[in-house]
Design a protein around this ligand. Structure first.
Ligand SMILES: [Zn+2]
Length: 337
């Protein structure tokens, strides 16, 4: 009797062991979350120094591109509102405390893929070894010191936003179809430094860049790439009233993040915890690339239809968590100075 019971138990155990791999496999092949990997192309258009000011400018192109998209004017920048800290975070999915990039480092140290916190271009390259990947920038340190130089990314540097736009349109009209595409316009930041965010010239420069956005979007769309394309506009930081940035006032830390694509929530506003660094999570998700655990970038709520917002993995970066909370409290007191 006892032996029989043991035999039965062994049989049950064996059966369970046989079933386990099947169950695990079943989990692994369970339906992917909505929107995961549903895009063939992700286009990230960065507007340096524009902060949240798209909301204050006349931007007919931005408005038509995101008419059925999700727009957040209060996405939060890194606690240090400087360009490399923010473009670094946007492209690597970690805070500036972790990626360690400054304008000086990005401008002076050529980046390779053996870095601890690679950019999303590295992940795209691993996932799609043969794919076209491209980055067109006005401010060269992004291409030199933030996006890796040994992974076959097409890189173009043009230090004039109008000429940069022409180069981008020509690139798409030549039939290029990049999986991941990054642009950085720099003219708004220049005007911001010269006259400050209270000046009408600053807002009118955003309106000029709105024309460039329209041209870039149209060149992508007329070449058929928006049918399965995700189009993102993001800013790294804003400007104080008299010009300049680096601090934690609302004008510097509140930035525009706008997303358009086939399953983006029309009229979505994302959630109050959205940060510009979340662009990296959004891009990887859209291309169907698993996000590494160390990243503190995450999917906002109210962005992709049927997709819940994720919690930020704050324990991965306690320093950033504490600094961000302190900065947020200080920012509240600065109001909209
Ligand atoms: Zn600047």
């Amino acid at each position: 009797m006892c032996k029989k019971t043991i035999s039965v138990l062994l049989c049950v155990l064996l059966a369970a062991m046989c079933l386990l791999p099947a169950a695990a496999a079943c989990e692994a092949t369970a339906a992917a979350p909505a929107g995961f990997g549903e895009y063939d192309h992700v286009f990230i258009i960065g507007v340096d120094g524009a902060g949240s000011y798209f909301s204050r400018a006349e931007t007919p192109n931005f408005d038509r591109i995101f008419a059925s998209g999700a727009v957040d004017y209060t996405a939060r920048a890194e606690t240090i509102t400087t360009s490399a800290q923010n473009w670094g975070a946007i492209l690597t999915g970690v805070s500036y405390l972790q990626h360690g990039l400054t304008n000086e480092i990005a401008g002076g140290t050529e980046r390779a893929s053996d870095t601890q916190y690679p950019s999303i271009f590295s992940y795209a390259r691993k996932a799609f070894p043969e794919a076209e990947l491209a980055s067109f920038v006005n401010w060269n340190p992004i291409n030199y010191g933030i996006i890796e130089n040994d992974i076959g990314v097409t890189k173009v540097n043009v230090t004039d936003d109008a000429a940069l736009t022409d180069a981008i349109c020509a690139y798409f009209d030549e039939g290029n179809a990049p999986k991941l595409f990054f642009v950085q316009f720099d003219s708004v930041d220049h005007v911001g430094h010269d006259v400050g965010s209270n000046a009408p010239e600053y807002v009118s420069q955003i309106e000029t860049v709105d024309g460039y956005l329209g041209s870039v979007y149209d060149s992508i769309a007329r070449n058929g790439l928006m049918e399965n394309g995700l189009f993102i506009v993001v800013a790294d930081h804003g400007h104080v009233p008299n010009g300049g940035h680096g601090g934690i006032t609302m004008r510097e830390t509140n930035v525009t993040l706008a997303v358009a694509g086939k399953n983006v929530v029309s009229g979505g506003k994302m959630d109050k915890n959205t940060r510009n660094r979340d662009v990296s999570a959004i891009a990887l998700y859209a291309l169907g690339i698993e996000r590494p655990d160390y990243m503190t970038s995450r999917l906002p709520a109210d962005l992709f239809t049927g997709v819940k917002g994720e919690l930020r993995n704050r324990k991965n970066d306690i320093g950033d968590t504490i600094l961000s909370m302190l900065a947020w409290i200080v920012t509240l007191f600065t109001k909209w100075i």
